[in-house]
Ligand binder design. Structure first.
Ligand code: SF4
Length: 511
């Protein structure tokens, strides 16, 4: 069976089926861009945190593309004997259990464990944490258990995470970038669960049979499990799990009651929400398109010419790279802008794409002020995102603030008619994102199909591609930039088409 690593232990802790599937059916996992980005962020933060206490020795040894665990364990022991203060990836094994400690630090007459996470660990109003803190505690408890059984005196257990309020001033200060939290008390409680959990682990991982564990709230908390698609393969496409804004705990409650299909939900579940009911009824009765002409017309009356359609793309550096920004700040690097100057006028287009590897904020702010005059009507789809980015630019560049805040103040949200339920058809499936609304409105138009784009098909791909462009050869750079431009341009062209559809709906051409 090989070693039981701490990540395998933690997956067992979260849901034993994850560990079994990773061992026996790894191909069933869906590794999407977001999951990949989280892996990469974790590695980047862990590498940076190695220098948190000054000089350190890293004991990582590779044998081909695998870690040489035996050598790492040997090197750790040698460094400890030498009296090295900070050992990174310090490795231990006991009775088939293996762990690598992010930072093992000499502490009094023993050693302290520092576990580094790329999360900012925000505490919610109810005192719980947004991120997977409970798993982190399980992770550190497992490490402490292994070390103590290797005869190491553990005199401290700490969780190291990113300080979400840290503002970069041009010099990265690791002592302020990271927050160190003493978790000894939580570990004392959790460590009592290690041996019972290990007994479960032994049974689960030795078995040829997939654990009989059904869908539950933990499948989506705090992130969607990478095996969700596999474990939910018996669920129909239109089911309780697609219902608009229904909490996961309610979905699971209805699922356990056997109310899975829309029919079962309509006949049994106490659903009162108008939009949820419309989603179910339109699907069951194939009602075509619902249009509230009066509301749509009054929404369209709030728009005026010249009419602009704006969309941003952003990067989100885990470690702040630009002065005045925090970890995970959203930095706009690109926009597309379609506009029509007067009723019946020609559709025109402008765009901006920063140079990869530079701070894009000043140039994008100046370009916005050049391309969008003051006091004009601007639309965005889900405007909170664009408005927040523009407000941040205005705070960063006070000399441009008047113009930027004027643009922000004139943004009208094209999402409103859909989110308000004034326009609905079953193909939207209860989602009002532009990526759901567009194919529902224009199912047969290949020019509006994101799948037909080259290289970039959604914001996540744009976000990962842009920072990489600076390291590409010139020809690849050109292709990548063209792909980014085409993607963002489609976003605002889609908005134009959606607006045209709303105009037709208000005129009564759609019913
Ligand atoms: S989807 Fe849910 S049941 Fe399946 S492995 Fe993941 S957490 Fe476990």
């Amino acid at each position: 069976m090989g070693y039981l690593s701490k990540s395998k232990y933690c997956s067992l802790w979260q849901c034993p089926k994850i560990a079994w599937l990773r061992q026996n059916k790894p191909e069933a996992a869906t590794i999407d861009d977001m999951l990949q980005a989280r892996f990469e962020a974790g590695n980047m933060v862990a590498d940076l945190a190695m220098g948190l206490f000054g000089d350190y020795t890293e004991v990582t040894v590779c044998d081909g593309d695998r870690l040489d665990l035996k050598q790492m364990i040997y090197n750790t022991s040698a460094e400890m004997d030498k009296g090295t203060d900070n050992i990174c990836e310090a490795s231990f094994s006991y009775n088939g259990l293996y762990c690598a400690v992010d930072i093992l630090r000499k502490n009094g007459d023993g050693w302290a464990i520092y576990e580094v996470k790329s999360s900012t660990m925000h505490k919610k109003d109810d005192g719980t944490y947004e991120d997977d803190r409970e798993i982190y505690i399980a992770d550190i408890s497992y490490q402490k258990y292994v070390l103590e059984h290797c005869g190491i005196k553990v005199t401290g257990t700490y969780l190291v995470y990113l300080n979400g309020d840290y503002i970069y001033d041009g010099n990265l200060d690791l002592s302020k970038l990271f927050i160190i939290s003493d978790v000894a008390e939580e570990i004392d409680q959790e460590i009592l669960r290690i041996e019972p959990n290990l007994r479960i682990a032994e049974q689960v991982l030795a078995s040829d049979n997939e654990p009989d564990i059904d869908l539950d709230v933990h499948c989506k908390k705090p992130y969607e499990c990478s095996f969700w698609k596999y474990c939910s393969r018996h669920i129909p496409a239109e089911s309780v799990f697609n219902i608009y804004r229904l909490e996961m705990s309610k979905k699971i409650e209805y699922y356990r009651n056997g109310w899975v299909t829309y029919r079962e939900l309509l006949d049994n579940a106490p659903i009162k929400n108008e939009k949820q009911l419309r989603q179910i009824e339109f699907a069951l009765e194939d009602k075509g398109t619902y249009v509230n002409r009066t509301e749509i017309a009054s929404f369209l009356n709030t728009l005026s010419y010249p009419l602009y359609f704006l969309d941003f793309e952003t990067i989100q550096p885990v470690i702040p790279e630009f002065t005045g920004t925090r970890p995970y700040a959203q930095i706009p690097f690109q926009y597309s802008l379609h506009y029509i100057e007067h009723e019946g006028g020609e559709l025109k287009h402008k765009e901006f794409l920063a140079e990869s590897g530079t701070d894009p904020r000043r140039t994008i702010a100046e370009s916005l002020c050049k391309d969008i005059p003051m006091n004009v009507c601007v639309t965005a789809y889900n405007k909170a995102f664009e408005c927040t980015r523009i407000k941040e630019l205005a705070e960063t560049f006070p000399d441009l603030a008047d113009h930027l805040l004027n643009i922000r103040g004139n943004i009208i949200d094209l999402l409103v008619p859909f989110q308000s339920g004034w326009y609905y058809n079953r193909t939207m499936g209860g989602s009002f994102s532009i990526k759901s609304v567009l194919p529902a409105l224009f199912p047969d138009d290949p020019s509006l199909d994101y799948h037909n784009l080259e290289g970039v098909h959604h914001g996540g791909e744009a976000m990962t591609l842009f920072p990489r462009i600076k390291d590409m050869p010139p020809e690849e750079q050109k292709t990548a930039r063209n792909n980014l431009l085409a993607y963002c341009k489609l976003d605002t062209y889609a908005m134009v088409k959606v607006w045209e559809e709303l105009v037709r709906a208000a005129q009564g051409s759609i019913c």
